[in-house]
Design a protein around this ligand. Structure first.
Ligand code: NAD
Ligand code: MG
Length: 388
């Protein structure tokens, strides 16, 4: 029997937490996948190593000062080398790949992903900020160009998996589970003194710096509510958040008959990454299996909205709509960056986001250009508050 052609994968953000785990998946499934494009912002050494191992058609290094070094190091190969922000869009426009794994962190992931959507590519979406910023436009473009968006975020992958076979059945609500992060149960008098290294230590997942801080502040769950709204075409009041510290149930869907479906598994991002790359098939693997006897109790509790005010701000932005989630996201990116540089405290991040949301002009139905402008204005305002 002739085997199916290999799926050609473009990994945008290949040196990050999601990117490297995706390459771990691909490495074990070389009969199904081949790597077409790899991109990184600054880590030229790792990008080079990946290029030598996977022999892609093209690589992009965001930091243009690293271009010559990378080009020289790959001179004896056929790998095409590009550099700079515009090159990300240029390679996203290639015909020669099938699936984009959107694994760049933050707003920077939006433009290349839009290019891939316009080309009708399959998008395995890790970069939640793309939907937080411009979810209405991205989803509309995806419909128009028949570009399937398969979530990689574990909660959204869980919901997506629960919905397979349910196309005709309306969703009553979804329940997004949250681990609660490293500071579950803590109060503001504790959080005020928290430093970056402590905040970076997540109990269940090992992730990039930005999402680790977002998990500690619960902003991540707020961004995920907005992401879910667009992915699954929901109203804000159909999305509930439930703290589930064991991270075994990755999320749930409640249907109109009251039946609830949950997707479970060990907390390992390789599972949703592999599911998205393999969809609609499931791929046999040797990852560790879940042992229910080790988890004699799975617990659930209400999030502490009073302490973790970022979650409430994200809900407010989601309900307000327009460019408000874009403003929230931009201010948050600046605030997280400043916290990671030890320039502001843990609770100051919330203040920066809140003040920026108050300050920047609200636009009810922004164009793409207006989203870009709002992002820039919000960043400038947030940064000016911190006197950089
Ligand atoms: P990371 O910081 O580990 O990696 C980010 C990648 O993006 C790197 O390859 C980096 O080179 C590249 N990058 C950074 N800034 C860039 C820029 N300005 N332009 C172009 N490329 C740039 O991040 P991560 O934890 O892998 O997260 C990636 C995305 O996936 C985020 O949107 C995150 O929210 C989402 N996500 C991550 C996880 C996880 O477990 N890490 C889980 C769910 C969702
Ligand atoms: Mg998640």
């Amino acid at each position: 029997m002739a085997s199916a052609p290999k799926k050609r994968i473009a990994i945008f953000g290949s040196t990050g937490s999601i990117g490297t785990q995706a390459l771990d998946v691909v490495r074990t499934q070389m009969d199904m996948f081949e790597i077409e494009i790899l991109t990184a912002q600054t880590n030229y050494e790792l990008l080079l190593k990946q290029a030598l191992e996977f022999n892609p058609n093209a690589v992009v290094i965001g930091d243009e000062t690293k271009f010559l070094k990378l080009k020289e190091a790959l001179a004896s190969t056929n790998v095409k080398v590009f550099a700079g922000e515009a090159a990300l869009e240029e390679v996203a426009d290639f015909d020669s790949y099938d699936i984009m794994l959107a694994a760049i962190v933050g707003f920077a992931g939006l433009k290349p992903t839009l290019k891939a959507v316009a080309k009708g590519k399959v998008i395995a979406l890790a970069n939640k900020e793309t939907l937080v910023v411009a979810g209405d436009i991205v989803m509309q473009m995806a419909v128009e160009n028949r570009s399937p968006i398969i979530p990689v975020d574990s909660e959204h992958s869980a919901i997506f998996q629960c919905l397979v076979g349910e196309a005709r059945n309306p969703i009553e609500k979804i329940i997004l589970t949250a681990s609660g992060g490293p500071f579950l149960g803590k109060k503001p008098n504790f959080l005020v003194n928290v430093k970056r290294d402590h905040a970076l230590q997540h109990p269940n997942w090992s992730m990039g710096a930005k999402i680790s801080i977002d998990s500690a502040t619960l902003m991540n769950k707020g961004l995920e509510m907005i992401e879910a709204r667009w992915l699954f075409n929901l109203k804000p009041d159909q999305i509930e958040v439930l703290v589930h510290p064991q991270s075994i149930i990755h999320s749930m869907v409640q249907f109109e008959d009251g039946s609830v479906k949950a997707q479970m598994g060990l907390p390992d991002m390789k599972l949703p990454i592999q599911y998205a790359l393999g969809f609609p098939g499931r791929i046999k693997n040797e990852f560790p299996r879940m042992n229910f006897k080790k988890y004699s109790s799975l617990s659930f509790e209400e999030p502490d909205y009073k302490t973790f005010r970022n979650l409430g701000l994200a809900i407010e932005a989601m309900k307000k709509g327009g460019n408000m989630p874009c403003i929230l996201n931009a201010a948050n990116e600046i605030a997280v960056w400043a916290f990671l540089k030890n320039r502001i405290g843990f609770l100051d991040m919330t203040a920066v986001v809140e003040k920026t949301m108050e300050k920047i002009n609200f636009i009810e139905t922004p164009t793409l250009e207006e989203y870009f402008d709002s992002d820039g204005e919000a960043r400038n305002f947030a940064a000016s508050m911190m006197k950089f």
